[in-house]
Structures are given as C-alpha cells and as structure tokens.
Design a protein around this ligand. Sequence first.
Ligand code: RUQ
Ligand code: CUA
Ligand code: CA
Length: 649
Amino acid sequence: MHAPKEVPETVSPARPDRRRFLNTGAVASLAGAGLSLGLVGCKESSNSAAPAGQTAATSGASTIDYTKYEIPPGQLDTYYSFSSGGESGECRIYGLPSGRLFKRIPVFNIDCLVGWGITNESKKIIGTKADGSLNYRTGDTHHVHPSYTDGTYNGKYLFVNDKIHGRIARIRLDTMECDKITELPNVQGFHGIFPDKRDPVDAKINYTTRVFCGSEFHIPQPNDGRDLNDPKKYFCLFTCVDAETLEPRWQVKVDGNMDLVASSYDGKLACSNQYNTEGGVHYEDMMSAERDSCVFFNIARIEAAVQAGKTFHIGSSKVPVVDGTKAANADPKTALTCYVPVPKNPHGVNASPDGKYYACSGKLSPTATLIEHDLVLKWFDGGLKEPRDTVVAEPEIGLGPLHTGFDNKGNAYTTLFLDSQIVKWNLDAAIKSFKGDKAAKPVVDRLDVQYQPGHGFTSMGETKEADGKYFLSDNKFSKDRFLPVGPLHPESAQLIDISGDKMKLIADHSAYSEPHDSIIIPRDRIKTRQVYDINEFPLATKDAKDCRVERKGRQVTIHLTSQAPAFGLREWTVKKGDEVTIILTNLDKVEDLTHGFAIPHHDINFIVNPQETKSVTFKTDKPGVYWCYCTSFCHALHLEMRSRMLVEA
Ligand code: RUQ
Ligand code: CUA
Ligand code: CA
C-alpha cells in the first residue's frame, strides 16, 4: 500500500479536516499508481455509521490522566508484548504499558551481540551449506503466536514465520531464545502462521501440537524451472508443522493464495484469508474480482485423508500433500476445504475469544465479514447450501480495514489503514444489522491513530481469556510524532485503553521497522529461567583448571572458561592456516553476569550468559598477536579481561 504523499505539517488530534485530508491523499496516491479502488463513495457511509452526536473521531486527550499508566522507576510492567520485527528478521520483547524494549531475539537475522549466525550452535539452527556458510542471512518475521493449552497461552513456545525464505522458527519462552528453524518445502511467501489450540480428534489433547502455515505466492510445483511463464499452473500450499519436532506433517494444495491464518478454539478448523483468488500475477489482476475468499480447512478430515494415503508428493519433498482445490472438494460432506466468499482483497482473519466467529477484513472493501464457526461446520456436514451462508454479518466500518482484535465484552477493534483509525464495533449489533434490524448500529467508537495502522491486537485477545484492557496499534507511518531521525522514521506503536466505552489513546511508543504483529500477555503467564544449567551443554568446561588446547593436524580446539575478570587461559598459540574452534563456558553463576568474546580481525564476537557454553570456528590466516577481549561490561576489571591469541607464521 502507498502512503499519502501530502501530510499536514503539524497535526492536532482535534483538527477537523485531518481525516478528509488523509483520505483524499491516500486515495489520490493510490489512484496515481494507476489503481481505481472505487472506495471514495464509501467514506460517507462509514462516517454515517458513527452514532448520532459523535464526531468522526476523538482522542479526548485533555481528559486523560496519563499518570495512571506510568510505570515509575523500580516498578515492573504488567504485560509482556512479543512482537515480530518484519524485515529485520528478529523478534522483540516489550513491556506494557511502558513500551520499554527489553530484548531483541535474533531469529533469521545475524546479531553480533548475541553472536547469532556467528556461533556454531546458532549456525546449526539457522542451517548451513556444505562449506559451513549460512543458508540464509536474511529473514522477514511477520506473525508471532505462542503455544496454547485449553484455549490460552501455556508459556512454552512462540512460533514465528520468515516470509522471504518460507521458514518457521520456534522460540523457547523460558530462555526467550530461538531453538529450531525449519524450511517448508515448496513454499514461497510464507505469511500467516497460527498454532492449533487443541486436537481435532482427541479431546484429551488440549494443547498445541500443530502449527498452521499459509503461503502467499503461487509458484510452479516443483519450482525447478518448469512452467516458468505459465501462471495458470502455479499453486500454493497450506502446511501443517509438528509443534515439537517442527517438521512439516502434511500440506494442502489450495486454489488462490493465503495471507493470514487463524485457528479455531475446538481444534476443528483453521482458516486463511485469500486476496488473490484470481491467481493474478500483477496487482491489477489480483483486484479484478469483487469477492475473494476466506478458505477453511477441516483438520480432522485432512488428517484422515493423509492417514488413508490419499496424497501425492511434489518434487523431492517427502511431505504428503492432499488436494484442497475447489474442483476436488465439491461435495461438502467429504470436502477438506470450504471457500467462503468475502469482499475484495481481504486482509487479516481473527477468531473471536468465545470461539464463535472469524472476522475477515475487506481491505479494498470498507467492510469486515463475520463468519460463524458452527455454520462452517454445518456446511461441512452438508447442512448449508452455499459457503457464503456461513456469513452472519458484514458491517461497513471504514476504509482499508486490516486486522481485528477483540475484548471480553463482544466488541471488535479493527485497524483502518486508509482512514488512520481504530474502529470499535459490536458483534451482536453487526449480526442484527445484517439480519435487517435498522436500529442496530455496529460501529460504537472511532479513534484517530498516527498514522496508517497496519496491525492491531488486544491484550489476551487471541485467547479465550481476552481481558479488554489494551489495544496496541502498530502504525506504518509515524511522520511527525517523534524527533526526526533521518529518512527512515520510527514506526509508531500506540497504546489504547479499551476498558471503557470510549477508546483512549494513552501512549506513543516508537518501534524499529517493522513490527507486523504482537501479542500481549500478562506477566504472570511467563516463567523464565534467569541462569542456564551448565549440565545442558555437552561441550562445557566445568572447571577453569580444565582449560586446554588440543591439536589434531590443522584443527585446534581451545577449551576456555570465563570468570570475571579473566578467561581461563592467558594466551594460546596457533599457526597460520589452522582451523581453530574456541569453546567458551561462562563459569560465573551470578544472574546477569554475561561475558563477551571478540577476536580482532577474525570477525568473531558473541556473548556467553552465566553457565552457558558456546563455540566458534574460524581460520587463522594472519600471523600476529590478537587480543581476545570481553565485550560485555562485567566487572571493575572488565577492560583488563583479555587473553592473547598468538598466531605463528
Ligand atoms: S500482516 S503485511 Cu504480515 Cu497485516 Cu503485515
Ligand atoms: Cu567479562 Cu567484561
Ligand atoms: Ca482479489
């Protein structure tokens, strides 16, 4: 999507012409790009959806007591927010309501503080080629979702996707570090990801065992040079990954693309919004149809079909594939998939916390479509004529609706990209209005945000324990909200109090580009380990006296320890051309006593946390003296904490 080119110099929340200004700018700039969205006329009707006497949008800034939300020195936040980092390839942990950044978790990227992509252990997780170099150094994280037990977070794992290279990663929530990465076969543009919330067949398994993965870009299958310019033959795969092994279990061949993914609370369904049911290759082709789809997957039937061997394979992949295309699933009673038509190029699909509905936004239609879970099951039982009969509401909510969060009072909060607003709408009212009740007004509140919100989430809103406290609006443009820092602006993550009737904008937080998703969890749900157990590292050197140099031909292994303010060896000698492996164990046991280890001119830098062991392998190609030093301020003698590596000619 394009940003409006013309932006007011200064923007006051109360400025009445602001909304019109941005809308005109946005539509003009889209039109300038050769698009005809047919959206301009919808604006008035979405405005008129506001209750009588309510202005289009208010921030009520003057009446808010911001001190209520302050976290004074020494106090802790009440929520964790886990966020993706978009094209930075990482994930992040923030505290809410303060917005303080606690940690960046490297996942698909290289991080020279942690040594991610530099240590042997992290390289093994990321994956390497035969020569030991990394398979990939880039990634694009979009969606983060934790594992569930009985419809709420169990604090075990966080799953995140890499859209660029079609990879799924898992982060352990006890250490908040990535422990596995898997590349999905025959997938390009892996965008939506969502864990299941219980088993579809065995009701006793009420925790996450599968993770569902959409794919957005249709490609030749296999993508080996065949059908290069025959897009009609391209297709996309929906993948189910085992939550423990992180290996793909099965895939579904799908008509159209898949954008975001949601899963049901009973384990029976997963779904994905589709904006390119046209199978278009250029954007104008992708928006030619008035309706696209939200495709539903019948998980138990798919698993039965896989068990029964009604599968095929693509290229060298061993993952069984079932046919989920429309043509192969015409009979609802045996169908694996159900394609529910929804208006134009939908983006975002979210399950309501009561497990009853899926909200799928229109993006190029000013509507959100509400699909009823039980009606989708009814369609699969042959009890409904058309997939479209599963739709129970389609309120007009504003321009460019994208992502929806829910509170615990039956309300939805949807980001409006073009309107730069959050719209609060009531599910029951929307359903009544859809049935023809003219008195029912779905939209109950609007709030301006700054600017162009992409993603938005409520606290615990993706669980059955939605608490109706906060909504976080991740905005794609911050423009005038922060001190200028050059052409790359910070993103703005605005925190909104949704506990009352009216939404209250309570904080502007800045974020580094470009968070796509976050989840907001009360702090008591997360139990971390603050120090490692030395015994979980087979390569650990448990006593400084055991530090040593071992040579096998040209391969040299240095067993090394760190304990403030010294490394276990004061120097070691190797020869030019050796392949050196340094295995470093941090013997310090004190919480927070991290040491670093850097070697000048050898591109080595990483940290070891208390009781942790890590290793690096490199070639010594330059004779000389190299001071290996601690990079993490650990002790009054931190600067003195160094050893010499002597490289002989
Ligand atoms: S979702 S394209 Cu990944 Cu709205 Cu950001
Ligand atoms: Cu160890 Cu600084
Ligand atoms: Ca479309």
